[in-house]
Structure formats: structure tokens, C-alpha cells
Design a protein around this ligand. Structure first.
Ligand code: UDX
Length: 436
């Protein structure tokens, strides 16, 4: 099939590349000339495991193309995916200007029937708004389909190639037929393609992310309580997760959820509810608790140093909002750095992929280490903010000989408590007994 993807951000690029992988001819279009030039020269603009291989293979095989020319991109496309940003506007509601702007541009160029697929996370009712743009500007028939993405950064290629489900919001039989054909190769194992109306499809995305954010936040609160009552959140997590109705996944407490989706989507759903005079109380609490959780590690540090960390130096392992990504949007590590520096401390950081992005945002506010052990030099304590695999089984001899004191504040519960007792550390983690 012939496909156009408008927007080559994280979602657009993964979508375009993975659609090419099953034999479709894909043209990705973006207004950023420098980025398009790089991609035409074979450079992948983001770090995402497994994407490189598919990206190069499909370019070489002539199935994946990049352009800045919208008309060229959509001319032959049967299906046009829109994967454009929907940042929160000033009032917390998603800003639809990119989507509606692109819809307008497309509506003025098309010469024959197209399926317009909305891949971006958009408020309920957006498909209707996009359709209205087409009705206003062209007599040519289009079908507007809502097709939310459920890609997790770090495993996005796998999620696209073998999705748990594909959600498609459309009532058009013609669109259903083509979309079923397009997604068929990805659901061969039997996972469902779920057809529904556009509004339900749009809400599904927000509800899914908000539910997951709530699940994490619930566990964060259980963890905080565990510390107060002397329970171990790891045991509680296993205890409740074995119940199928709860499930083992997404129960890991930490320093608050971050990333480009959860914070934005929870906020947008609360806003949408408010606009419809519904007070979505549980999500308001989720937002509030998550804000608090982001500084929980700093609170522990401050308590340990009796509220005086002026002149102290800290090593921070992990900047990305989660492992296997260079994405630092809404990363708890940034809040931690901010709080430490405000209190007069200095920080040296290490992250396997996130350092260039952090440098771009906060520059010389911190020092950047070459590797995880260099980061420990002259540090009074080590803080851990992201559960990268390289931090899971470090050389504790090296840590001991480099770190000034054997003090670790772990926001991701990476180490076994007995081991830390044996090694003689002060070890403060989330929802578990304090080792001191
Ligand atoms: C998420 C959704 O999972 C995906 O389906 C959606 O389409 C986009 O948003 P992503 O933002 O890549 O994906 O990250 P995810 O793996 O879901 O993690 C989100 C946040 O929750 C991270 O900050 C992570 O550290 C945190 N988290 C996750 C926990 O604190 N505990 C957990 O048990 C799981």
C-alpha cells in the first residue's frame, strides 16, 4: 500500500519505518529541512532500540522516503497518517493547531479519496474537527480515522510490530477494509483490531495512559506508607501482583512517572472532564501525588544531611525519564537536579543516552561524567534516578574506592537490601527498609 506519514517525531518515524517493514511504500514528510536532510542521508534522529536496523533496511530497499514537500508525499498515498505534536496549551488542554493546520493543507491538495488517520493523542471530538476542515475546503471524499498509538519508548518498534491491540475509530466500511489490510501483518498472532466509534477511540488513549499513571501512583503511595509502617513494598508488590485482576506489570514504585505522555495525558483528561462539568477527582490526586513523588529522593537526602546540603557534591546516575531512551521530557532527574542545586549542592551526572539532551536544556548547571564511575569522584553520595541495566550490577569495589562515603539514595530500588547490609552501605530506597 502507499502511505504518507505527516510528522517525523518519535511516533511518526517509528510508524513510518514499521509500516515500510511489512512491504508498504512510505513517504514521511516534515517541515524541518535539516532533519529531513539528515534522514535522507541515512541518519536516525532519535535513539530507539531496533529502529536503526529497520530504518536503513527500508531506505535501502526503496520503501522508506523522506521529504519536506507535502504535496509530493500525499499525491499517491491511499492512507495519510498524521503524527503531529499536541502539546498542552496554556490552559492544559491539548493544542490542536498542528493537526488542524496540516488537515487544512492536505485538504487543499488532495485530488482523490484518502483515509486520514489521526495517530496523535488528541482530545475527544478531534476527528470531527478534522473532518469539518475537509468538508470546508474540498468536495473530495475522505474518511477520518482515529488510531491512537500505544508505543512505549525503548520498545516502540516491538510494540508497533506486535501490538497488544490496534484501536481504530471509524464507522466507514471502506476505511475499515483498508485499515484491516494494512494492520493485518501486525496482528497475525491473534491480537485484536478493535473497531469503534471515533470518540471512544480517542478516549481510549487517554483512559489507558491515565489508568497506568494511576496504577504507578497508587504503588508510590503504598511505598511511602511501607516506609512508615516498616513493610517492604517489593513483597507487597509481589503479593498483590499475583492476582490476575491486578497484574504484575506497572507496579514498580519510584520517583514519579515522567515522559512525554503520562503527565500530558492525565492533565488533558482532567481538563476534558472539567470542560464537560465532570470532576475527575482520582486523576487530580494522581497529578498532585506525582508532583510530590518527584522530589521524594531529595527529601530523603535533605533529611539525612539535616537540611543542609550547601557545599555538598552528589553523583547522579540516570537522567532519561526511563531506561533505553534519550528522552528527558518531564524526567524526575531534572527536578532532582534543580532541587539539589537550589539548596547549594553541586552535581555530576551520568546517563548512557540522555546527557546531550540534558546539556541542551540545563547546560553547565551540572558536570557530565564520561562513565558511571567517574561521576562518583569527590561525591558525598550517589543518587539513582533511572533504572538503566548498567546500573543494576555495578562494581561495588569501584564505587567504594571512588565515592567519598558509602551512601546511596536509590529512586528505583535496584539493589538487594541484604547485599547492601553486607557491603556496609547507608542505602535509602523507595518503600523498603532503610539500610544504615
Ligand atoms: C507510555 C505508555 O506506556 C504508552 O502505551 C503510551 O502510548 C505512551 O506513554 P512511555 O511514556 O514510553 O509510554 O513510558 P512507560 O514505559 O509507560 O513509563 C512511563 C513512566 O512511568 C516512566 O516515568 C516510568 O519510569 C514510570 N513507571 C513505569 C514507574 O514508575 N513504575 C512502573 O512500574 C512503570
Amino acid at each position: 500500500m502507499k502511505i504518507a506519514v505527516v510528522g517525523t517525531g518519535y511516533v511518526g518515524l517509528v510508524t513510518g519505518t514499521c509500516l515500510a517493514e511489512t512491504g508498504n511504500n512510505v513517504i514521511c514528510v516534515d517541515i524541518n529541512e535539516a532533519k529531513v536532510k539528515k534522514m535522507q542521508e541515512g541518519q536516525v534522529p532519535i535513539y530507539e532500540p531496533g529502529l536503526d536496523l529497520l530504518f536503513h533496511r527500508n531506505i535501502e530497499q526503496g520503501r522508506l522516503h523522506f521529504t519536506t514537500n507535502l504535496a509530493e508525499a500525499i499525491e499517491e498515498a491511499q492512507i495519510i497518517f498524521m503524527a503531529l505534536p499536541t502539546p498542552p496549551g496554556g490552559d492544559g488542554a491539548a493544542d490542536l493547531s498542528y493537526i488542524l493546520g496540516a488537515a487544512k493543507d492536505i485538504s487543499k491538495i488532495i485530488k482523490e479519496y484518502k483515509i486520514i488517520v489521526n495517530k496523535s493523542t488528541v482530545p475527544v471530538g478531534t476527528a470531527d474537527k478534522v473532518r469539518a476542515v475537509f468538508t470546508e475546503n474540498t468536495a473530495i471524499e475522505v474518511d477520518v480515522v482515529s488510531n491512537p498509538e500505544f508505543l512505549r519508548e525503548g520498545v516502540a518498534v516491538e510494540d508497533f510490530m506486535k501490538p497488544d491491540r490496534v484501536v481504530l475509530g471509524t464507522k466507514s466500511e471502506r476505511a475499515k477494509k483498508l485499515m484491516t489490510e494494512l494492520y493485518g501483518p501486525y496482528v497475525r498472532q491473534g491480537n485484536p483490531i478493535l473497531f469503534m466509534d471515533e470518540r471512544s477511540s480517542e478516549l481510549t488513549k487517554y483512559a489507558a495512559n491515565s489508568f497506568l499513571a494511576t496504577k504507578i501512583t497508587f504503588m508510590n503511595e503504598v511505598a511511602n506508607l511501607c516506609e512508615l509502617v516498616g513493610a517492604d513494598v517489593d513483597a507487597v508488590r509481589r503479593g498483590i501482583g499475583s492476582d490476575d485482576r491486578i497484574g504484575k506489570r506497572f507496579l514498580f514504585p519510584g520517583i514519579g512517572y515522567g515522559g512525554s505522555c503520562f503527565p500530558k495525558d492525565v492533565q488533558a483528561l482532567v481538563k476534558a472532564a472539567d470542560e464537560n462539568t465532570y470532576d475527575f477527582q482520582i486523576l487530580k490526586s494522581v497529578m498532585e501525588v506525582n508532583e510530590r513523588q518527584k522530589t521524594i529522593l531529595v527529601d530523603k537526602v535533605l533529611k539525612y544531611y539535616k537540611n543542609d546540603i550547601a557545599g555538598k557534591h552528589f553523583a547522579l546516575w540516570g537522567l532519561a525519564f526511563k531506561p533505553e531512551t534519550d528522552d528527558i521530557r518531564e524526567a524526575p532527574a531534572l527536578y532532582i537536579i534543580d532541587a539539589l542545586v537550589k539548596a547549594g549542592a553541586t552535581v555530576t551526572v551520568f546517563d548512557p543516552e540522555g546527557m546531550p539532551n540534558v546539556k541542551g536544556v540545563i547546560g553547565d548547571k551540572v558536570k557530565y561524567a564520561e562513565n558511571q564511575y567517574d561521576a562518583l569522584e569527590n561525591a558525598d553520595a550517589l543518587l539513582i534516578a533511572t533504572e538503566w541495566s548498567v546500573f543494576r550490577n555495578p562494581d561495588f569495589d569501584k564505587i567504594e574506592s571512588t565515592l567519598k562515603n558509602k551512601v546511596i539514595f536509590d529512586g528505583r530500588n535496584l539493589y538487594d537490601l541484604d547485599k547492601m547490609i553486607d557491603l556496609g552501605y547507608y542505602y535509602n530506597s523507595i518503600g523498603r527498609k532503610l539500610v544504615d
